[in-house]
Design a protein around this ligand. Structure first.
Ligand code: NI
Length: 138
């Protein structure tokens, strides 16, 4: 049997601020809009985690969903109901856009998913806006 892509959705909520110190207030507002507000603002994110592989002949599973859920939840605990700039260590030197957040989540979830191959992360910032990340090599 060939490979199968299995995907599961997770929800979390975080706030963020997009801001470059070396830019003026006006420039930040022009480039980043509402995300540059002094206290930032929040989003209800949806993350789809897709794992790729051949189903195990004994279990019929690409990955045990219990293991997938545990791996992702341990990562998302760091972000859920947190301010990405202030409460996590990942955005001291990069703007917490969905693009950058997806890359951070990829690395952290990849470290947790022992023996499984992460294929894609799709991160929804709103219902009609998402980014997809396939890892550094893609
Ligand atoms: Ni925003």
């Amino acid at each position: 049997m060939g490979n199968v892509l299995i995907s599961r959705r997770f929800d979390f909520s975080s706030s963020h601020r997009y801001y470059r110190d070396e830019w003026s207030e006006e420039e930040n507002r022009r480039v980043f809009g509402l995300c540059a507000l002094p206290n930032g603002h929040g989003h209800n994110y949806t993350l789809e985690v897709a794992v790729w592989g051949a189903p195990d002949p004994t279990t019929g599973m690409v990955i045990n969903l219990v293991d997938l859920q545990a791996a992702v939840e341990v990562v998302l605990e760091q972000f859920d109901h947190k301010h990405l700039n202030l409460d996590t260590p990942y955005f001291a030197d990069r703007i917490p856009t969905s693009e950058n957040l997806a890359a951070v989540l990829w690395d952290l979830i990849g470290e947790e998913l022992v023996g499984a191959t992460l294929n894609r992360l799709r991160l929804y910032e709103t219902d009609d806006l998402y980014v997809e990340y396939f890892g550094e090599s893609a």
